[in-house]
Design a protein around this ligand. Structure first.
Ligand SMILES: *Cc1c(COP(=O)(O)O)cnc(C)c1O
Length: 212
């Protein structure tokens, strides 16, 4: 068996009793390199750059319509159109301008995506994500004013000892908004995220190896 598939199966065995799905984060890796996991039947893949994802996936995805592509990186409004054409999920909705642009692009090409609102749980200045104190208002805007199909919250917590606190916060907030999906947990912390009922863990290096 391919080492990639081997690593993937080990992670999967850790979540056997939990409905969480694994997003295999294939950023920086070529389609050839990740092919064993596709051939293994895995469908959820994550990318963080529109242009890279487009050149890597667009032709392949047209022929393999079961593939589900997740945009997990910072998204600029001027790339929204391409993103709506290519992706099935966007995890990084974090401001009104972007949200409005996405909803217009959906209408223009008659395609609906599923969205996560990214929350800046650590209130870090350099990190994207909607500030915690604006989340309720922003969620209502997405839901009621522009009709985006928001399915859950997403966060990249600060890399510190408090990661569990942030996962717990996101889990409770998600629940209080009545949302069903939760995008949290990466290679280093997914076990903790599973404890707080993450439904999409985003795993890159633990499957594909360290990136350059
Ligand atoms: C790269 C990336 C991941 C995967 O990170 P690993 O530590 O390699 O598992 C998850 N989420 C986001 C938003 C990323 O950019």
């Amino acid at each position: 068996m391919s080492i990639i598939v081997d690593r993937f199966e080990k992670i999967k065995s850790n979540i056997k009793y939990n409905p969480a799905k694994i997003i295999a984060v294939s950023k920086t890796y070529t389609l050839d390199y990740i092919k064993p996991l596709i051939d293994h039947g895995h469908v959820h893949f994550g990318e963080n750059k529109v242009q890279e994802a487009d050149s890597k996936w667009s032709v392949f995805k047209n022929k393999n319509i079961n593939i589900q592509l997740h945009m997990i990186g910072k998204l600029q409004s001027n790339k929204a159109k391409k993103a709506v054409e290519l992706f099935d999920y966007i995890h990084s909705v974090d401001n009104e301008k972007l949200a409005l642009t996405l909803s217009k692009c959906e209408k223009a090409i008659n395609r609906k995506l599923k969205y996560f609102i990214q929350v800046n749980v650590g209130m870090e200045k350099h990190k994207s994500g909607i500030p915690i104190n604006q989340l309720d208002q922003f969620y209502n805007y997405c839901l009621k004013e522009i009709n985006l199909d928001v399915i859950g919250l997403m966060a990249i917590p600060p890399n510190d000892a408090d990661v569990e606190k942030h996962f717990k916060y996101l889990y409770e907030t998600n629940l209080s908004l009545g949302l069903e999906e939760l995008s949290m947990g990466m290679s280093a912390d997914y076990m903790c995220a599973l404890k707080y009922k993450s439904t999409f863990i985003r795993i890159g290096s633990a499957i594909f190896g360290k990136r350059d």
